[in-house]
Design a protein around this ligand. Sequence first.
Ligand SMILES: *Cc1c(COP(=O)(O)O)cnc(C)c1O
Length: 486
Amino acid sequence: MKYVSTRGQAPAVTASQAILNGIAPDGGLYVPEKWPELVLDWSVLKTQTYADLATLIFDAFFDDFSVSEIDYIIKKAYGKQWETDNVVSFHEENKLTYVELFHGPTLAFKDVALQALPHLMTTAAKKQAINDKIVILTATSGDTGTAAMSGFGDVSQTEIVVFYPEEGVSEIQRQQMQTEAADNAHVIAITGNFDDAQKAVKSLLADEALAKDLKAAGLQFSSANSINIGRLVPQIVYYIYAYAQLIKDEKIQAGDEINIVVPTGNFGNVLAAYYASQIGLPVKQFVVASNENNVLTDFFTTGKYDRKRQFKVTNAPAMDILVSSNLERLLYFASGQNSDEIQAYMRALVENGEYTIKPDTRANLTQFIAAFATQDQVADTISKIANTTNYTIDPHTAVGRYVYEQIGVTGPTLIAATASPYKFAETVLQALDMTPESGQAALDQLSKATETEIPIQIATLFNKPVRHKQLISPNQMSSTLRHAIF
Ligand SMILES: *Cc1c(COP(=O)(O)O)cnc(C)c1O
C-alpha cells in the first residue's frame, strides 16, 4: 500500500517512509492511495481484545511492516502503562457512550497514538536502513508535549525537544513537563503564547542550515504532530473497538449506524473516525465540536474556511487552534482525490487567510455537522453532568457533550472523552463552584468532591523533583535547541 501527498507533487511512498517523513516534501499530508480491504466480521471482533484490533488495523495500514514488527510495536504501546486492560473504557449516559481515551500515562487521548509512534518510527528507520538519531521537535499547548515525552522518553535512537508557553498550560501539565525524567527529553518554557512557540518551531523545522548541521551530527528531525500518519492510524482502532463493544453489550446490532461526537482541534481525532468509516464502520453523522476558536463550525456551516480572526486562549486549551491541519486530508477525499484543488485551497489559505470549497466537494461532506461551545457553556456542562449523572468530565469532553445536546443528535452515539478531569483540575473545580487550591491539594479537592480516586499516573506527581526550569524568549529557541541536542 502506498501513501500519496494530498498536494500531488511528491512521490508515493511506503508506510514506513511516510511515518519517517511526517510531512510530504511538497508540504502536503500523506494519505492512503486507496483504502485497505478489510472484512470487519463483528461477531469475531466483539470477542477480541484492544491489542487484537490494533494488530488488525496496523497490519492493514502499515503493510510494509512484518507481522513480528507489528506485534512488537503493539506490545510496547498497549501494555502495563495503561490503567485499563483494554486501553479505553466506557461510561454510559442513556444512548450516549463516552469512550474514555485518557487512561494512559499522561491522562489524555494523545497517549493512544504516542505510545505507538516512537516504536513505529524506530522500526521504520531500521527498515529504511537509517542510522541517524531521530529528533522530535514539538511545540505544545500541553497535551502533545507530555504525551510525546512519555512515548519517546528513553526510547533509544531518539531525542525529544518540547517547547511550551509559560502561560496557558494547566498546573498538572506544567508539573508533568517539568518533572520529566527521561535522559533524552529536553523541556523548555518560552515567554509568549502557544502560537509564538508553534511559529518558531515551524521555522526551525524549515531551517536548512540547521538541517545540514543535524545531518553532519548524525541526527534528523521528525514530527510527532498529528499530521504524521503514524499518529492517525492508531486512533482508528478505538472507534472500531468501541463499536464492537456496543454490539457485545447488545446496545446495537452489527450494521447499525452510530453517531460520533469529537471535541476537535487539529482535526486528527475526528479524521480517524472518518477513516474508520471508510474501512467499514457504519457511521451516520460525525459531530465536529469546537470551542470559541470556532473556525470549523463556520467551515462546515458555510463551506468557507476563514482563519482571519482573533486566537482565543480558552478553558479547553488543547483545542485552541485556528488552522486545523488534518482537514486537508478530509478535503482530499471529498474532492475526489483532486490534488490540484487541494493545492489551490492551501495556497489561498496562506495568501489570503481563507478559501471556499467547491459545491461538489461540499456535497460530499453532508455527514459532518459542527457547532461550538463557549467557555461558560463548557463550565455549565461540567456542572450539569456532574449534578445530574454523578459523572465528571474534563473541559474538552464538555465541549463535545454541550454540542451533542445542542445539535440534538439521536440514536446510539459515541463521544470521544479526550482527557481526564484531573488533568484540568482547576477548571473542573471552578465549574463545580469550588475555589481551587493548587498542586496536590487541588487533586485531593477534586477527588473528594467527585468521590473518585486520583489516577495512579499522577498520584505522586507533586513529589517528583523539578528537572526542567529553563525559561527563554522565542528568539532564543534556535540557540537553545542547538545547545540541547549537539
Ligand atoms: C489534542 C486534544 C484534542 C484535539 O484533538 P485533535 O486531534 O487535535 O482534533 C481534544 N482534547 C484533548 C484533551 C486534546 O489533548
